[in-house]
Write a protein that binds this ligand. Structure first.
Ligand code: N01
Length: 545
């Protein structure tokens, strides 16, 4: 495509410079599809920090890791033979099956040839004279290219709270997002587990079965509903395979997840008995998020939401035998769905085991790790293994860990010092020819990420193809475009109850992290429509030259 740079020139340090059209950062599901989508017309290279493909499903190999969207939907749609031939064993696939699928796709479509594994990008800078990006990797590669696609993942930079004493602790400390490939044997161990979000809730019941004792350090209790996972019914599989092409299109008209019953009435329109019946049905349904949409106003009306919250609290009280523990596990400070709803398998039941105890670290925060375990403001706990499921420096973390320099030598970190900005979650003004997939201010986890990631890659590829067609070498978002997108994002968030919870959606999961609401909750269909309209309306909000 581009002939702008000579191949294999020497760079200032004497190393070879390699020329590509597009550099992709990250070989997760979106990065892999970006390679496949663009390689026909572009010279591609992809840099990946891990030694394998799969992104989230490569790193998060903790016990119990499992997707919360049905696998027939949470999978690629770009190749009909692939979706016809692949067999998902369960409704909600476990990490090993998702990683196996990622590897199958990489092999089937010959993607590995383009990927440089264990070779993260450390820094990159935009050269305004040539309109080209220079990328520098940890293994010393220097690549020059016209376009960069950051498929770096919205939940890929682990959050490790800065508790002192890590090096003092004589046991093992493991973050769930950097789980050892060989697994961890918890047999007979005293395990401390910090974090009760989606990850912790999946991992703990399995660890509790092995450990001598599991101490759960909880800062905020979570709303959690049962996953209803089961082997995939052959009839359901046949039905999906018979209708895949049209179903994939339907997915893009929703949140990327089609098999949910959308509500038509408010919680206030029902009698208490009717409400109870509807919520029971949702709790026992086959679709993980049914509780959040069992009435039309669960996510928009505080009183309606509170009815669902109390329903879940009563479930917790009915499952957990010790009333004091049950009460500690009941979330009372934020609306259900304000943070992503957790989906579990026996999480609340786990607290009925003799070898599990619960410590409230909101009341008595963790102070430090010690030689023998960890200390809160109230007590010291002796432990052999500490697992941290403390989440992620979400959305901005992966990009801020790369030193990215745009026009006028301004760094992305500096531009985002008070929180991220973007246009359509895709570009950042002042960083031309740099695209993000599932970037800050895109719908992200508010939509099913493989299908909507595929859509975003296709849309981005369209921008690149239009530039080639139109003889352009540079595309940037305008500041006005960014401001209009920030207003759209805030307007959408203001219609919901999400702002009432502290979570990675709004940067309030990490002390001191700045930023407002960072996820577009206006719905994937509207997001898609606004992206398409921007292009159709002569690249509104962009500037091309
Ligand atoms: O991370 P989280 P996660 N002291 O941020 C606690 C996706 N996902 O890895 O709630 C003490 O949700 C923190 O406490 P608090 C999904 O989108 C999907 O669990 O902030 N505790 C919280 O309990 C999800 O939303 C799947 O008060 C501290 C926990 O650590 C996203 O990933 C499975 C602390 C972090 O919870 C992230 O989930 C897994 C501190 N200093 C993940 N700092 C499925 O598909 C943090 N915590 C099913």
């Amino acid at each position: 495509m581009s002939e702008a740079v000579e191949l294999n020139r020497a760079d200032a340090t004497g190393g070879a410079v390699e020329n590509f059209d597009v550099a992709i950062i990250g070989a997760g599901f979106s990065g892999m599809y970006a390679i496949h989508r663009l390689r026909k017309d572009c010279k591609i290279v992809c840099f990946e920090a891990g030694d394998g493909v799969g992104g989230t499903w490569y790193w998060n190999r903790y016990p119990g890791a499992r997707v919360d969207i049905q696998s027939v939907e949470y999978s690629y749609g770009f190749d009909n033979d692939l979706q016809q031939e692949w067999k998902w064993p369960e409704y909600f696939s476990a990490q090993p099956d998702l990683e196996r699928y990622a590897n199958h796709v990489a092999d089937r479509f010959g993607l590995r040839d383009y990927i440089r594994f264990s070779n993260a990008i450390k820094s990159m800078r935009f050269d305004e004279d040539t309109n080209l990006w220079h990328l520098f990797s940890e293994k010393g590669d220097h690549v020059v290219c016209r376009f960069v696609i950051a498929a770096t993942g919205s939940l890929s930079a682990p959050n490790t709270p800065p508790w002192p004493g890590r090096d003092k602790f004589k046991g093992q400390i493991i973050h769930t997002a950097a789980w050892p490939r060989e697994g961890v044997d918890f047999t007979g161990k005293r395990v401390g587990f910090i974090g009760t979000g989606s990850t912790g809730i999946q991992a703990m019941p399995i660890i509790a079965e092995q450990a001598a004792h599991l101490t759960v350090f909880q800062r905020t209790p979570a709303y959690c509903m049962p996953s209803a996972n089961r082997p995939l019914d052959e009839e359901v599989e046949r039905d999906w395979k018979a209708h895949y092409p049209e179903r994939r299109k339907q997915l893009l008209e929703t949140y990327g997840a089609s098999l949910v019953e959308y509500p038509k009435f408010s919680a206030h329109d029902c009698t208490p008995e009717e409400r109870q019946e509807i919520m029971e049905k949702a709790w026992n349904s086959q679709s993980a998020f049914q509780l959040l949409i069992c009435f039309s106003d669960v996510m928009t009306d505080k009183a309606a939401n509170e009815m669902v919250c109390e329903f879940v609290r009563n479930k917790i009280r009915s499952i957990v035998k010790d009333p004091a523990t049950a009460e500690k596990l009941c979330p009372k400070t934020y609306p259900i769905g304000g943070k992503r709803l957790c989906i579990g398998n026996g999480y609340f039941e786990m607290f009925n085991r003799d070898n599990v105890s619960l410590v409230d670290v909101k009341a008595a925060p963790i102070v430090e790790f010690t030689e023998k375990g960890l200390r809160t403001t109230e007590a010291e706990y002796e432990l052999d293994i500490i697992v941290t499921a403390t989440g992620f420096d979400a959305l901005t973390g992966a990009l801020n860990r790369i030193d990215i320099e745009g026009v006028n030598h301004r760094t992305l970190k500096d531009k985002w010092a008070n929180g991220p900005t973007s246009y359509l979650g895709s570009m950042v003004a002042g960083f031309p020819n740099f695209f993000m997939i599932h970037g800050p201010m895109a719908p992200g986890a508010q939509a099913q990420m493989i299908t909507t990631g595929e859509w975003q890659v296709n849309w981005t590829a369209g921008l690149i193809e239009d530039m080639v067609r139109d003889g352009k070498v540079r595309i940037d978002a305008t500041e006005a475009g960014e401001q209009s997108w920030a207003a759209e994002l805030d307007f959408a968030a203001d219609q919901t109850l999400h702002k009432l919870a502290d979570s990675w959606y709004n940067a309030r999961n990490i002390e001191g992290k700045k930023g407002g609401f960072m996820i577009y909750v206006g719905g994937f269909p509207r997001f898609r429509q606004l992206c398409e309209e921007a292009v159709e309306q002569g690249y509104k909000g962009f500037i091309r030259s």
